[in-house]
Design a protein around this ligand. Structure first.
Ligand code: ADP
Ligand code: MG
Length: 619
């Protein structure tokens, strides 16, 4: 480390972020105060945690607090914390780059959010740079808890910053802002006080303005439900989620035995993973008798519930437990199970009582619930109840639960059926649903690629097998009324036609068989292996980039043909008269069935073949 001032350039993404912050964020400027105060609180929290194990000596008795000083005449605002501080390297890494950088999607989303809704900015983790909304220049003087040398970071937000040694600093960080002319109100005590009261009341360290503590340090989750006003809940949610919006739902509960647990959980309004932020950190903090012991805890809830925000507090946990030992602590596992079950029950109740709200939840966070099914065996049964799909019995865009599906099942129906497709129209026009329609059997439409994995992981629901309709071995309930017999090929002709088609198609199919399920379509592809649907096969092979994927290699396919289809009967005729043309037709029927199954065909061959067929028709 050289002991001179060094001028450095901001990382390209950071420059763009700064540009957005400085040029497009004019409204609701107040938020920069909150962003800086929340950084200070984080730094204090980190120091408190370290001091449990490391026992640092330097400045050991400096109280953990945040001080805000206004020099009204000079237009200077200073925010000081006695937290963990930063070394020169940390100043550079933390205030010169951004954590979520590297994705241009991130930046465009941020730019959009900045224009639409400045409230989102805190969630983008670019909080520090919001200082430049109000400041001409920003100085950050910081001394890390385990360094003997302090440093000063300085920038006017225009492309570069400098870092130089700075003597005489205490532990922690001081941010000195020289305010823009139109932002001078931020050097007035009463304004700053108002903002702290509005946004930062729940900071668990004293926040002092002009020497006076202005926040209330309070553990709202320990109070009894009926004493807490909606507004207080919302304020707390905003604090904990670093957001400015209202939650979609809150769930506050406590149990006394076998463990004493208080939990206050919030479902946010937005899914931040869907706006280009990548995988998010868990949002629930673990406390023991008010004291934070694991922030953004990975241990207190299953990973697929990472979209939740809030607090879990249990007085049964030892206060000095280390983060590593939380991971395989039996008590923590027990608490996790209790909370997860309670929360799933809560969702199930909301789903019954608040249908519309639940539909919104499902649209936003359903993907996490599905992730739960595929990654967490423990709660499959409970999560299964929460799943929602379109089906042949719903209107387009409406959803049904598996329970409701079962309540509509035919008496002799033993299984739950589903079929995937890119949209309703494609499914309803395809071969797989024909017999379902005819027999009046409901079928679930799986419209998202992940759905088939989810249902195949789930396997059964309420003891009924979940089966994809592209399987070879379905047992659809028989129609009670006589089905009118259609004219079809004689059995001997069927057998020899199937044999011949198999010869034509070679290894592409395992077998060609007459179908008992097709009504109008000439043919369909069914999978014999049973565990992998066509959609799953398509996804798995696209992941292995055309190479054989070991997961799909064992997946055998049959083609079923419809002996009553005029086209199939024609092909049977043509075999004797015009072998070559009959072959072309057989191959084209196969390719068409593959396409309807969502599987790949060789486009070149298929196009030249279909031209040959067309030429025959017009010639
Ligand atoms: P975020 O808080 O989401 O990480 P910020 O832009 O607000 O993003 O801050 C970037 C990083 O800078 C923080 O993660 C932290 O490491 C560091 N930092 C910011 N302010 C402070 C502070 N007062 N004390 C110590 N570190 C800080
Ligand atoms: Mg921050």
């Amino acid at each position: 480390m050289t002991e001179q001032a060094q001028t450095k350039e901001f990382q390209a993404e950071t420059r763009k972020v700064l540009d957005i912050v400085i040029n497009s964020l004019y409204t609701e400027r107040d938020i920069f105060v909150r962003e800086l105060v929340s950084n200070a609180a984080d730094a204090l929290e980190k120091f408190r945690h370290i001091s449990l194990t490391e026992k640092p000596e330097f400045d050991a008795h400096v109280p953990l607090e945040i001080r805000i000083d206004c020099k009204e005449k000079k237009h200077i605002l200073t925010i000081t914390d006695t937290g963990i501080g930063m070394t020169a390297e940390e100043l550079e890494a933390n205030l010169g780059t951004i954590a979520h950088s590297g994705s241009s999607k991130f930046l465009s989303e941020l730019a959009e959010a900045a224009q639409k809704d400045v409230k989102l900015i805190g969630k983008f983790g670019v909080g520090f740079y919001s200082a430049f909304m109000a400041a001409k220049t920003v100085k950050v003087q910081s001394r890390s808890w385990d360094s003997s040398q302090g440093h000063e970071w300085f920038s006017d937000g225009n492309g570069t910053y400098t870092i130089s040694p700075c003597d005489g600093l205490h532990r922690g960080t001081k941010i000195i802002m020289e305010l823009k002319e139109d932002a001078e109100e931020y050097a007035q005590d009463f304004n700053i006080e108002r903002i702290i009261r509005q946004y930062s009341t729940f900071i668990p360290f004293p926040v002092k303005v002009a020497g006076k503590k202005v926040n209330t340090v309070e553990a709202i989750w320990l109070r009894s439900k009926n004493e807490i006003k909606d507004k207080e809940y919302t304020e707390f949610y905003k604090f904990i989620g670093n957001g400015y919006d209202e939650p979609m739902w809150r769930f506050h509960f406590s149990v006394d035995s076998p463990l004493a647990i208080n939990a206050l959980l919030f479902v946010p309004k937005d899914n931040m993973e869907s706006v280009g932020l990548g995988r998010m950190d868990p949002g629930v903090n673990l406390h023991c008798r008010r004291v934070l012991i694991d922030q953004h805890s990975k241990n207190i809830l299953p990973e697929w519930l990472r979209f939740l925000q809030g607090v879990v507090d249990s007085e049964d946990l030892p206060l000095n437990i280390s983060r590593q030992s939380l991971q395989d602590n039996a008590l923590v596992a027990k608490i996790r199970r209790v909370i997860t079950k309670r929360f799933l029950k809560f969702l199930d109740e909301e789903a019954r009582n608040e249908k519309e709200q639940y539909a919104l939840f499902w649209k936003t966070f359903g993907i996490f619930i599905k992730e739960g099914i595929t990654t967490d065996f423990e709660y499959q049964e409970e999560i299964g109840k929460l799943l929602r799909f379109e089906s042949s019995a719903t209107e387009s865009g409406e959803m049904t639960s598996l329970e409701d599906y079962i309540s509509r099942m035919k008496e002799e129906q033993k299984e739950i059926y589903y079929i995937s497709g890119p949209n309703r129209a494609a499914i309803e026009g395809g071969p797989y649903v024909e017999m379902f329609k005819k027999r009046g059997v409901e079928i679930i439409y799986t419209l998202e690629p992940i759905d088939d994995f989810v249902l195949s992981h789930l396997g059964t629901f309420d003891e009924k097998k979940l089966l994809s309709a592209d399987r070879a071995d379905l047992r659809l309930p028989e129609n009670t009324e006589q089905e009118e017999a259609k004219e079809q090929l004689a059995e001997a002709v069927q057998t020899s036609l199937c044999k011949w088609m198999k010869e034509v198609l070679g290894e592409r199919v395992q077998e060609v068989k007459p179908s008992s399920r097709l009504v109008d379509s000439p043919a369909m592809i069914v999978s014999v292996g049973g565990h992998i649907t066509s959609t799953m096969e398509r996804i798995l092979s696209s992941q292995s980039h055309g190479k054989n994927n070991p997961m799909t290699m064992g997946n055998k396919k049959d083609m079923e043909i419809n002996p009553a289809s005029p086209l199939i009967r024609k092909v049977a005729d043509l075999r004797a008269k015009d072998q070559d043309f009959a072959k072309d037709l057989a191959e084209q029927i196969f390719d068409n069935a593959m396409i309807q199954a969502g599987l790949l065909v060789d486009p070149q061959q298929m196009v030249s073949r279909s031209y040959r067929i067309m030429e025959r028709m017009v010639g």
